[in-house]
Design a binder for this molecule. Structure first.
Ligand code: GP9
Length: 417
């Protein structure tokens, strides 16, 4: 019943810090284009291969916007769909299976619904089959107004490779659709080409493959370069369009592309041994907010995908009354600086805690003693509180619970007096 939500809200209130108003409402009423970059990890950013930048365009673009360099993905088996879940709900995905499949029938108070209530036309653009990850079902539960899937794109064999529609055409068609959209809109675009096993037709490759002992990693460089060029074409055309003045971009990596099976090769590329600490740090994904009124800066706060929703609603100046959110605004200087993974590991300002072992976050040196104890405990508690919301479908009690909490005349104890 509705009482089950009370401990959740109490826990979240304990974690909460004062709201800050940094850049609050700076993008009020503006369109939002969220771009989910497939398998894109931070280790390629500002990095080179054969003396060439791997992602030259992103490297340049991030200097013009607000870039977050300690931002982690928090997905598990649901991969891209888990990252979508994190963005929409600011809750953790599940430890097993994909919540998009297992709990699509739950009630959510997701961001698309909130934005839609605030006058936005909310939609997802992804040129894959609409049933993949059960998206067609889950998107309704999350409150999206529309899903532009494969059938809405001009997908032909000539314009496809690997997983399907090539990013360059996907970006091109999507921008055309946005130019016609009613405003304000919130569009989430999900790229596809830079996906395992990272193959690319020879004529589309503009950088030589890597020379490590892993062909997967070697190919990764070519497909990420391809994605970078597709992004360039999109953003440059976007800048020339009328949308530019009234739109912000939120660009982020969805999850890792190179698994720990390729540690040896990754070590060869990065020139260091990939131990547990380095493997953890490899779970960082790029995150960039870009638009006319967004200042240029590199922000080092430790955060993750769970923080995207509160960050975005702050920029849009939208009052988000759903208290069941585990993330915190990345722009809030007093925020709890902590990122918890689905495995119960964590990073905070000082430490990284991995499977019971504690490291200094900056140096990677192992730290003896109890320094990470509290962090591990918080991680466990937080994951189980988040899980309780999903397993119990507790958001369906949200309205009731809030009434009980805020209206003293409805409070049982008061009534009895
Ligand atoms: C499929 C795409 C990739 O539609 O989102 O999913 P992934 O395998 O990365 O979860």
């Amino acid at each position: 019943d509705s009482n089950e939500l009370v401990p959740v809200i109490n826990y979240l209130n304990e974690q909460k810090t004062e709201d800050s108003d940094r850049l609050e409402g700076v993008a009020e009423g503006k369109n939002v284009i969220a771009i989910s970059l497939e398998s894109t990890q931070t280790f390629v950013v500002d990095n080179t291969l054969h003396g060439e930048e791997v992602t030259p365009y992103f490297n340049e673009l991030k200097e013009e916007g607000m870039y977050f360099d300690n931002f982690y993905h928090q997905v598990k088996q649901g991969r891209t769909s888990d990252s979508e879940f994190l963005l929409a709900n600011s809750m953790y995905p599940l430890n097993r299976g994909a919540v998009f499949f297992t709990h699509s029938g739950n009630e959510y108070e997701a961001m698309p619904e909130l934005l839609s209530e605030n006058g936005y036309f909310t939609n997802v653009m992804h040129a894959n089959d609409k049933t993949f990850w059960n998206r067609n079902v889950m998107y309704d539960s999350l409150g999206y107004n529309e899903f532009f899937s494969k059938e809405d794109y001009d997908v032909t064999p000539e314009k496809s490779h690997g997983w399907g529609y090539l990013d360059e055409y996907f970006f091109e068609d999507s921008l055309e659709k946005m130019k016609e959209m009613e405003e304000p809109f919130y569009s989430k675009m999900i790229t596809l080409t830079h996906h395992y096993p990272f193959t690319l037709p020879e004529e589309l490759a503009t950088i030589e493959q890597g020379e490590t002992s892993s062909t997967t990693l070697n190919r990764y460089f070519q497909t990420i370069r391809y994605q970078d060029e597709a992004l360039e074409q999109f953003v440059e055309e976007f800048k020339q369009s009328e949308l530019y003045d009234d739109t912000i971009l939120l660009i982020y990596g969805d999850h890792f592309g190179i698994s720990e099976n390729h540690q040896k090769a990754m070590g060869e590329y990065l020139g260091k041994e990939i131990n547990d600490y380095e493997q953890f740090q490899l779970q960082r994904v790029p995150m960039l907010i870009y638009g006319k009124d967004i200042p240029s800066e590199t922000n080092h706060t430790v955060g993750g995908q769970i923080d995207l929703r509160p960050t975005l609603t702050n920029l849009l100046g939208i009052e988000d009354e759903n208290p069941v959110q585990f993330g915190q605004d990345l722009l809030n200087e007093d925020r709890r600086e902590m990122m918890i993974t689905r495995d119960g590991d964590f990073a905070n300002e000082e430490y990284v805690g991995i499977q019971g072992v504690c490291y200094d976050r900056e140096t990677g040196e192992q730290v003896e003693g109890q320094a990470c104890e509290e962090g591990f405990q918080t991680a466990q508690e937080e994951l189980s509180v988040s899980d309780s919301v999903i397993y119990g479908d507790l958001l369906r009690y949200l309205d009731e619970t809030e009434m009980v909490n805020t209206d003293p005349t409805l409070n049982k104890n008061n009534k009895e007096e």
